[in-house]
Ligand binder design. Structure first.
Ligand code: ZN
Length: 242
């Protein structure tokens, strides 16, 4: 609806002069020109920074690739022409190649957070396996490193799944419950892997100390949340703005 520029009263869109002060009502495109464009929905906002950010990321990635290529060339030169047979050259190659893959993942060239996390898991496992294969003195890499990486990747994927599930449900009380449960499972799993690798037998100690209080806390939180009367629950939600 247009307004009179003289007295400010709201007038019908078909009226060309104000019924109160006789001021002429100007025709404004989309408001009272009879085309009705004012009622149309607004266009979806476009992210104008997306392209800028992508260009910056491309520049960073190009620089990283250049540095990696130079490093590999230098290492190859040292190995082939100067006949350096040092372990550090092998370490260098593995480290530089891994760094390139990490940059690829960090800069978001792999679509989807799940694929990115799996990518981190795969690159880390390959890095650890590579170190293990090169250096015969290292024994922990395959026995402890790879299982731990697999476990961490699985946990991260589970956390993301839980977050996505409860993101729109206003049930944020489940997040501390799941966090406590995750950590309390994670710790015994770590100790189990280390124990199996070092001694071959399972004797859990510190992880049990972590497991018991955290699991108790998770159960308490869950019990409290489910048992509380609806009135009290909504009061807590209002207090905590959740
Ligand atoms: Zn008027």
């Amino acid at each position: 609806m247009p307004y009179c520029p003289g007295c400010g009263v709201e007038v019908e869109s078909v009226v060309r002069s104000c019924p109160l002060c006789d001021q002429e009502i100007p025709i404004i495109e989309g408001i009272n020109d009879g085309k009705g464009r004012a009622d149309e929905t607004f266009p979806a906002p476009a992210n104008i920074y997306g392209k800028k950010l992508r260009r910056l990321k491309n520049q960073i990635f190009f620089s990283v690739t250049l540095v990696v290529a130079c490093a590999l060339f230098t290492l190859g030169f040292l190995h082939s022409f100067l006949h350096m047979q040092s372990m550090s050259i092998q370490y260098g190659v593995v480290g530089v190649v891994s760094a390139w893959f990490y940059a690829l993942l960090i800069l978001g060239y792999v679509p989807g957070i799940n694929h990115t996390i799996m990518g981190f898991g795969i690159v880390s496992s390959l890095l650890v396996t590579g170190i293990d294969a090169m250096d015969s003195q290292i024994t922990w890499a395959r026995g402890i490193g790879v299982p731990l990486i697999v476990l961490t990747t699985a946990m991260a994927l589970a956390v993301i799944r839980i977050y996505r599930r409860f993101r729109h449900k206003n049930q944020y009380v489940v997040i501390p419950i799941y966090l406590c449960t995750c950590v309390s499972i994670f710790c015994p799993a770590i100790e189990l892997i280390i124990d199996l690798h070092l001694t071959g037998a399972v004797a859990l100690s510190w992880s049990v100390i972590v497991f018991i209080p955290l699991m108790t806390l998770a159960c308490l939180l869950l019990g409290l949340y489910l048992k509380l009367p609806e009135r009290l629950r909504s009061k807590i939600k209002k207090k905590l703005h959740i």
